[in-house]
Design a protein around this ligand. Sequence first.
Ligand code: 6PG
Length: 258
Amino acid sequence: MAPAFQACRILPGPEEAVREAAAEFARRVRTAVQERGASAVALAGGSTPRGLYERLAAGGGAPGPDPVPWGRVHLFWGDERHVPPEHPQSNYRMTLDTLLSKVPVPPANIHRIRAEEPDAPRAAAEYEQELRTFFRLGIDQTPRFDLILLGMGEDGHTASLFPGSEALRDTSQLVAAPRIEKLGSRRITLTPRVFNNAACVMFLVTGSEKARTLRDVLEGKYEPDRLPAQIIRPLQGDLLWIVDRAAGSLLVACPPAA
Ligand code: 6PG
């Protein structure tokens, strides 16, 4: 089944892509806050979102004195590396350095994955409980985030859904702790069920090294076991791909944004 709305926007360079993503972030959050008084967002890890978080921290979401109502935003993570929060590889740490230390998000609104727990499946179960409590979920219910940010690896992985991962087929859990053989470690990740229940999933992808994979993901055969990013298709939500010209250079069906 196709997402409610799907769009791919090719921006001239990484800075323009970041600007577009920041404006979209601010718009989605403000709309949710106006409608319901709060907004729940899941953040991406890796290196690409650094520029986005720095721009958001600098108030670059949209014109106006208060582009993002940070006091009303609840921040979660789509995935985390199995390391403590102060570790250089921690997605939480990257977000803390670039965004959280600079904007007035109340500490109680920061819902990090407690990846310092030595037992990764237990850390995943604890995060699932955190989601269940925050979203007040019944036993079979799935959280609905206003916005989930994602990136994509050169191998087509997204969040910590890697090629061949059993987490791609996991429909029972909200959070999984798959072992990633090529990394020799576990990761903690939301499952496709959660990503595909979001009101909006926004990918931010830049750089020529991702061009071939991006083409295969967006315009190739549907093979989510090989290209996990393909499994992301919010059923009652929007799917946005914001990419720069280098990453989008091999796409034929996605015209550059005006
Ligand atoms: C992570 C991720 C991961 C990331 C991609 C892209 O924890 O690493 O959430 O899915 O988004 O690997 O990473 P880069 O932005 O570093 O290329």
